[in-house]
Design a protein around this ligand. Structure first.
Ligand SMILES: Nc1ncnc2c1ncn2[C@@H]1O[C@H](COP(=O)(O)OP(=O)(O)O)[C@@H](O)[C@H]1O
Ligand SMILES: [Mg+2]
Length: 277
């Protein structure tokens, strides 16, 4: 080989090495910057999740406070009015037209008392504090059936260990939202709630025999109720799955790890007897 072709080969080799080197450098820089962007995105998502968890607990705390105020202040005042009206009725001779108006006022006070009771128990189910999750769920499903005429069958509700307040509230709220959706959207005539604890994993299923959920709605950004169920499940370290077949209904499944000690005290169920003012 002549020295000229040697020089040409060396030049080609050097240029190729430099080009390859540059290419490699470029690729490494791209990968690095991509990783940085990914890490920043992960961090942003993590921060948003922490923020939304805090928001959820702040909301729960605020609702608890409003429920207490409604129950104690407004409920108390209404009870006072009720008894004053009773007293008036006993100690006043009324013409029939006045008496009629008087009875209307008494009926209105009773209805308003019930409304306050309903609103305050919706904000913070007192029964949950007193008797625990299973009994609270049973009570809620009974009330749900009374209001909506949708029959709810409780299946496989087995005894749970006593749960942390936040955990019980989270599970209860998920069941509440899933049942509200059954009433609001499914057109179902029947629903089932199952709650089971196996090997430290709680599995709650809320199923209906309605029209089935549109798959696009599950991840839709405006599906705030579903988002909130998912958020609550995540706060419990668990997840929500929603399965559906058109015409065969919808099933919302919560699975979450549960750790707990004492069994619930059944005697408390009778003591609480629902959310009364
Ligand atoms: N059990 C159900 N059966 C049929 N459709 C449902 C059911 N649950 C939810 N959906 C659908 O998913 C949508 C989102 O539900 P959700 O996030 O709870 O919002 P919202 O109840 O405020 O409309 C509903 O608007 C409805 O179209
Ligand atoms: Mg909803």
């Amino acid at each position: 080989m002549s020295s000229d072709s040697n020089i040409i080969l060396t030049a080609i080799f050097s240029v190729t090495t430099v080009v390859l080197g540059l290419f490699l450098f470029f690729v490494i820089m791209m990968v690095r910057s991509h990783r940085k962007i990914e890490a920043a995105q992960r961090e942003r998502i993590r921060q948003m999740q922490i923020f939304s968890e805090k928001l959820q607990s702040a909301r729960e705390e605020e609702q608890k406070q409003i429920a207490r105020e409604l129950h104690d202040e407004l409920g108390g005042a209404l009870t006072g009015i009720k008894y004053d009206l009773l007293w008036l009725g006993k100690h006043t001779a009324m013409k029939s037209v006045v008496k009629e108006r008087f009875q209307t006022i008494r009926a209105m006070v009773d209805t308003t008392t019930k409304t306050v009771q309903r609103i305050s128990s919706g904000l913070r189910p007192k029964i949950l504090d007193t008797v625990g999750l299973e009994a609270a769920v049973e009570w809620h499903t009974r009330e749900f059936t009374k209001r909506t005429s949708i029959e709810v069958k409780l299946k496989e509700i087995n005894k749970l260990p006593s749960l942390d307040d936040a955990v019980a509230t989270g599970v209860y709220r998920i069941i509440q939202e899933a049942l509200t959706n059954v009433a609001r959207h499914s057109g179902a005539t029947r629903a089932e709630v199952a709650m089971q604890l196996n090997d430290g994993e709680l599995r709650v299923e809320i199923a209906d025999n309605g029209k089935g959920i549109d798959q696009a709605m599950i991840a839709h950004p405006e599906s705030l109720g579903i988002l909130s169920m998912q958020e609550r499940a995540r706060m419990l370290g668990g997840k929500i799955a929603i399965t559906s077949n058109p015409g065969k209904g919808t099933c919302v499944i919560l699975s979450a790890p549960i750790h707990g000690g004492n069994q619930l005290n059944e005697a408390n169920v009778a003591k609480a007897g629902g959310d009364s003012l």
